[in-house]
Design a protein around this ligand. Structure first.
Ligand SMILES: [Fe+2]
Ligand SMILES: [Fe+2]
Length: 294
């Protein structure tokens, strides 16, 4: 058996022991708790800004409700791309191989996650925030053509950033129990996905040619840019009477929000730097994404 299959066997055992059905585990009929935030308040994109100071306590909570929906919306969007990438890859694989079976198991996890995030967004009663226009076109291009390093690096960026945010949210007393429970389930299952994507990425880089890697670094940089710019969709600010462009600018210059982005991205940035993936023309996009330390 290959290393790849040994890793897959471990992940399959962990999947069998620790998988959750959100339809059963979460009390979807429980009402939201008054006075609780939807993301930890200090992680709101406007926390600490003059706009934040002017908002009433209810408006601050309302803003975080839309921010949580934006993060979940981006999560579903990335998960839908990942499921397509994995199923296309699986189509070429031997169905008796553990690594092929693990890919299919991960698709099963992501199916449940996307239903869970969708139900959470419905419970929050917000619009569905997700990439549109050119970003959506690029996502669908990646979903249809992505293979090798660019496929796993793009996925890893989204998974690790979401994971860091959710690890904090799941333990935060100020946060709605619904969001904490959704975060907890996601964190447990994503730990396997992160291990799988990290191992696959390192393996595929070893076999990728130079030209291939140059192109992939650019695509990876674009995925990082999208994640940094669209984690909080500017349309969320409308919920508290702020024009999207005004809110977006305040968030981009907010030192607390910049710190949040860098903190959330720190682990994946270190990993991708070690693999020499944050260089070349893609590095400019990385710098603009707000995810790199200054
Ligand atoms: Fe997921
Ligand atoms: Fe995942």
């Amino acid at each position: 058996m290959t290393d790849r299959d040994h890793t897959a066997e471990r992940l399959l055992r962990s999947s069998a022991a620790h998988s959750y059905d959100p339809a059963v585990e979460i009390d979807w009929d429980a009402p939201l708790v008054p006075g609780k935030y939807f993301v930890p308040p200090h992680r709101s994109s406007l926390y600490g800004t003059p706009i934040w100071e002017r908002l009433s306590p209810e408006q601050r909570i309302e803003l975080t409700r839309h921010e949580a929906a934006s993060i979940a919306g981006l999560g579903v969007w990335f998960e839908t791309i990942l499921m397509q990438l994995l199923i296309r890859d699986y189509f070429r694989q031997d169905p008796t191989a553990p690594h092929a079976q693990y890919a299919l198991t991960e698709i099963g996890d992501e199916c449940r996650h996307s239903v869970m995030f969708g139900r959470m967004i419905a419970s929050l009663g917000t619009p569905v925030y997700r990439p549109s226009g050119f970003d959506h076109w690029l996502g669908s291009w990646i979903a249809h053509t992505g293979t090798g390093p660019r496929m796993f690096a793009a996925i890893l960026i989204a998974e690790e950033i979401l994971d860091t945010l959710q690890r904090e949210a799941m333990t935060c007393e100020d946060v709605q129990p619904l969001v904490r429970m959704v975060s907890r389930i996601h964190v447990v299952e994503e730990a396997r996905h992160v291990r799988y994507a990290r191992a696959e990425l390192a393996r595929q880089i070893r076999t990728a040619g130079r030209g291939r890697l140059t192109f992939d670094r650019l695509v990876i940089g674009r995925a990082a840019w999208l994640t940094g710019m669209r984690l909080i969709d500017p349309r969320v600010y409308r919920a508290v009477g702020i024009a999207p462009e005004v809110g977006r600018r305040a968030a981009r210059t907010n030192p607390y929000h910049r710190e949040t982005l860098q903190w959330a991205a720190e682990r994946v940035v270190t990993y991708l730097q070690d693999l020499d993936l944050i260089t070349g023309p893609g590095a400019t996009l990385w710098r603009a994404s707000g995810l790199l330390p200054r």
